[in-house]
Every structure is written in C-alpha cells, then in structure tokens.
Design a protein around this ligand. Structure first.
Ligand code: ADP
Ligand code: NI
Length: 219
C-alpha cells in the first residue's frame, strides 16, 4: 500500500507541476494534508482517504474539455495499472466522482465517511485566504473580470449551467465559496471553516469599499 501511495503521488506530481496556481500540485498536497488532519478526529480509512485526496482532481472537467465522467474512469484505470486491488480502485473512483461542487442548487451526492472527508478537505482549500487567492488565479487564467457590479450572481440549478458560467470572480464567492461552510459534513471541517468564512466576508466588504472609493481614513 505504501508503494502504491508513492507511485500515485509521483504520477500526480508530474501531472500537476505545471498547472496554474488554483489547481497545481500544492493544491493537491494541501487537500491531502487537510484530509489526513480531518481523519485524525473523524476516523475512516486513512489510506483510502490519502489516495482519493491525491487523485481528486486527476481529470477535472474544468481542464479536460468538459467531461464529467473522465475523473472517475481515469482514476480507476490508473489504479489498476499500478496494480491496486480492484476494491480500492473502485472505492477511490467513487469518491473522486462526488468531490466536485456542481452548483448552488445542486445537492451534494451521498458518500462514505472517506468521501465526506476528502470533499470537506477540498472545500477547506477553496475558502479563506487561500480560497481567495485560488479564485483570482483561476479567474485570471480564464481571462475573467475581477468584478462587474452590473452582473449579479446566479444560483445554478444544474452542473452544466454552473460549468458554462463565465461570470466575474466576485460572483464566484456568492455562487460557491460562501456556501461551502454550510455544506461541510464533518464536525472538524465545520470548525476549521468558520474563520476562513469570516475572512472572506471581511475581504468582500473591503473590496466593495475600495471599489466604491469609500476610504474611511480620508472622509
Ligand atoms: P471543485 O471540484 O469543487 O470544482 P476544485 O478543487 O477543482 O473544486 O477547485 C475549484 C476552485 O477553482 C474553486 O474553489 C475556485 O478557487 C476555482 N474556481 C472554479 N470556478 C471558478 C470561477 N468561475 N471563478 C473563480 N474561481 C473558480
Ligand atoms: Ni481540488
């Protein structure tokens, strides 16, 4: 199992090293660390969690031309190629299939404790200071505007509508990032999310003040 983890880490590292900052190797590594931290208090199979965390963005629809199934299929095939037991390949692929956020009005799929931990760990990295940095890195990589006060957020009803939206990055906070705190499933992630959530609210307040040039030091 140790050997399998090392092989998977090597493959993922290779694949993600040149990705832009919102989805690079450091994101994968932070999610792995968050997930293992959550596992300490929540329980669950640590090796399954680590494998799924390492592979959770392996073939993300945002980077593969919009294929929602490829993540699960590629991960399953990779694990079999690396001689993982079929049961493990199947369990990891199932988790990888449910991690992604699919829209404000699209409920998260039911999953195992290990799946909940990996999903919460990925979402912790989407909020707070790192979440803010990642959102603007992603928006920049797609040529999105920082903000446009005339364009309001949309609460998407389907994963397709969510994936096709090309709105400005401030909207992403209202369409996803501020909704994540209440979608955390493990108790430990709820606790860790609270500070990060507050920090995003502060950031948005300051951003909008600055945008409106309401500088309290001058008036
Ligand atoms: P998920 O699997 O839920 O999509 P990922 O780990 O792949 O999560 O990363 C999603 C992150 O990518 C978001 O939290 C955000 O930082 C960035 N991102 C995705 N879509 C947008 C968007 N429309 N605008 C800004 N950032 C985005
Ligand atoms: Ni991720």
């Amino acid at each position: 199992m140790k050997q399998l983890l090392l092989e998977v880490e090597k493959r993922v590292r290779e694949k993600f090293t040149d990705q832009e900052g919102s989805h690079d190797w450091f994101h994968i590594d932070r999610v792995r660390k968050n997930a293992l931290l959550l596992q300490k208090s929540e329980g669950g199979d640590a090796q399954l969690i680590e494998l799924a965390a390492l592979l959770h963005d392996f073939s993300d629809h945002k980077y593969n031309g919009g294929d929602f199934q490829a993540g699960q299929q590629d991960v399953y095939a990779l694990l079999l190629e690396l001689h993982a037991p079929e049961k493990i390949a199947h369990a990891v692929a199932q988790i990888v299939g449910v991690v992604s956020y699919k829209g404000a009005l699209v409920p998260d799929e039911k999953t195992s404790l290990e799946g909940q931990i990996v999903r919460d760990a990925d979402r912790l990295d989407a909020i707070g200071a790192i979440g803010i940095a990642r959102a603007f890195a992603y928006g920049g990589s797609r040529g999105r505007a920082l903000y446009d006060p005339a364009v309001s957020p949309t609460l998407h009803k389907t994963k397709e509508a969510y994936a096709q939206d090309k709105g400005h990055t401030i909207n992403h906070f209202y369409e996803k990032l501020l909704l994540l705190q209440d979608r955390m499933e493990t108790q430990s992630a709820k606790v860790l999310a609270a500070n990060r959530h507050q920090f995003m609210l502060e950031f948005l307040k300051q951003f909008k003040n600055d945008w409106a040039a309401e500088n309290p030091d001058i008036v």
